[in-house]
Ligand binder design. Sequence first.
Ligand code: DP6
Length: 326
Amino acid sequence: MKATAKAPANIAFIKYWGKKNEKLNLPLSSSISMNLSRVFTTTTVEFAPVYKKDVFEFTKEKATFKEKGRVFDQLDRIRKKTGITQYAKVISENNFPKGIGIASSAAGFAALTLAGTSAAGLSYSQKGLSILARLGSGSACRSIPDGFVEWKMGVSSETSYARSIFPPEYWDLRNIVVIVGGKEKKISSTEGHRLAPTSPFFKERISVLEAKVKKMKRLIKEKRFTEFGIAIEEEAINMHTIMMTSKPPIFYWLPKTLEIMRLVWQWREKGLKIYFTIDAGPTLHLICQGRDEKRVLAKLGKIRGIRKIVSNKPAKGAYLVTNHLF
Ligand code: DP6
């Protein structure tokens, strides 16, 4: 009754921001993402009679009351599916900081869902896992399948899940994560989704998103890097405009975020093929082709004040491992 899973964070190229059903995490639009090879969560779940209540901790830090509540809700969903009545111990390890725009809830709930269902003796289809992960955190459904992923919004809980559209090796892209600091965000993504419809531009955004998803799929399929780069950058700025014009407004960027955005534009003018996207935080996700990775890293190496740089390739989705955390 014990299992451990590892799941990648993912970066959205077309983003999920706004829900039509908060309880079920049903989005108002479809989204497209890529799993990341070097930022991930490992989680061990054990159901056993010795546990007199559910327990959840991270290996390196204390879990908050809110985080524990979300994990216990997910355990309840798993128990409901199996009829298991035992409590569980859950230990989780992120190899990256959470709450600064690197999709920790995506990696976390994908790992928890896979480890939890297999500890409970359930063997789920990828679709079933994606749906269950989505109930924990919307973007987690995209960290279950491999490589480049589409989450079709669907019309119900059973039809809203993610599937792989291309395997990791399909396109040799890099997502260079540039951590510029920042404390864990004050306004969580969950709260941000709630505020999104208060932006005067939100309706307009939603009305064009399905067309954007379709175009993005074509650009990835045909590996049209320049158009792809322009589209992801435009999409990130569009989502952040919604955030900044919500009531109350949410500003996730730091001065350093903007500084690096401007550098990316300068480097591009000089011929380097590099674009950015940003999730709900100050962290930048620079996107380039494998052949340009070294040049980008060399340029970033000269900038002062960056906390950490992690270069990622497209990666597979969640999988089970044999080394338990306890
Ligand atoms: C900006 O999946 O973290 O990263 O469903 O409330 O857990 P909840 O929200 P979450 O939202 C992710 C928002 C985003 C964009 C994206 O990943 O598509």
